[in-house]
Design a protein around this ligand. Structure first.
Ligand SMILES: Nc1ncnc2c1ncn2[C@@H]1O[C@H](COP(=O)(O)OP(=O)(O)OP(=O)(O)O)[C@@H](O)[C@H]1O
Length: 306
């Protein structure tokens, strides 16, 4: 039986106004379990209750009814937060500290020994790619750099559960790929990750399971691969075959024999992210590389600029 790291039972949050009158049911009877070692995506349109859920799990808000448990402890018990790393959506870091000072400050909050603090800060600065900028104050950081130092802060206590609110926001495609690889590395190390994101392609790339909230109600929960599988279609891929009318006719015949119909024959496409990263890598490896338009016979001159 898998180890449950986060559990909510009929978790409900109603925000009230100053007079105690009901303003908004932000979360309505949420039942959810998140297991050790999985990457779980919490999705939903703006205002659907994601941040409210995270705040309830961190004990920053109290539920109106229902329960939330993290590591089997009530979420209101703030000591359990020492085992959690949290990257909020908005930067909250001190703008006049540099990266080293920032991590030292958060290390102190977790009562880490000076030696451990120094070692972890150095490792994390390296991991998040800020070695060259570690002496600059955060005020001078770009949004992507702030996101990197925010992640390092979230990992300073070597947490078992990492909660990431919009982890790829503000990152360029290279930073996005780096962040996704890092999230997958955390999973390899046995960590549990709960992330909220509006970038659905990123969620699809890294999450094992997702939950979708709408207006405070849980609408769907399950494995990404299962939810996205199109059971009505079958995909067949082949190598070293030329696309000819005869091939198409033969395939039509085969599928007809098995009671189906051929929908299309063509080349699979890569993702824009892969294309972008490949071009950046090639540009780095070959200074002077430039786009060249296709030559007359139709072959691409792409990337043969020197
Ligand atoms: N302090 C508050 N007082 C009153 N209503 C609130 C408060 N905080 C959030 N809400 C409302 O609760 C609902 C859920 O908000 P929440 O911030 O949890 O949504 P979200 O899914 O995180 O949205 P987003 O994607 O925009 O970050 C929204 O309708 C929001 O206006």
């Amino acid at each position: 039986m898998a180890d449950v790291v986060v559990e909510t039972r009929s978790l409900t949050k109603v925000y009230r106004d100053f007079w105690g009158r009901k303003k908004k049911t932000a979360l309505n009877a949420l039942d959810l379990k998140i297991y050790r070692g999985e990457i779980f995506g919490l999705l939903g349109p703006n205002g659907s209750g994601k941040t409210t859920t995270i705040k309830l799990l961190l004990g920053l808000l109290f539920p109106t009814s229902g329960d939330a448990f993290v590591f089997g402890e009530p979420a209101a018990k703030v000591e359990k937060n020492e085992r959690i790393g949290y990257l909020p959506e908005e930067s909250y870091l001190y703008r006049f500290l540099n990266a080293e000072e920032t991590l030292d400050f958060y290390g102190r909050l977790f009562h880490l020994d000076p030696e451990v603090r120094r070692k972890r800060a150095a490792e994390l600065i390296e991991i998040v790619g800020l070695s060259a900028d570690k002496k600059r104050i955060l005020k001078e950081y770009s949004k992507g750099m702030r996101q990197r130092i925010g992640l390092a802060q979230a990992l300073i206590n070597d947490p078992e559960l990492i909660i990431l609110d919009e982890p790829t926001s503000g990152l360029d495609p290279i930073g996005t790929r780096w962040m996704k690889d890092l999230i997958l590395d955390l999973k390899k190390k046995g960590k549990t990750v709960l992330m909220c994101s509006h970038r659905l392609d990123d969620v699809q790339d890294v999450c094992d399971r997702i939950a979708i909230l709408y207006n405070g109600d849980l609408q769907e929960v399950g494995e990404v691969s299962r939810l996205l599988a199109d059971a009505a279609r079958l995909e067949v891929r082949a190598r070293n075959v030329k696309e000819t009318p005869q091939l198409k006719a033969d395939l039509e015949e085969v599928f007809r024999k098995h009671g189906g119909t051929l929908e299309s024959v063509g080349h699979p496409t890569t993702t824009l992210e892969d294309l972008f990263l490949r071009i950046v890598e090639e540009s780095k490896a070959r200074p002077g590389r430039r786009y060249l338009p296709p030559v007359e016979n139709g072959t691409s001159g792409n990337g043969s600029g020197n």
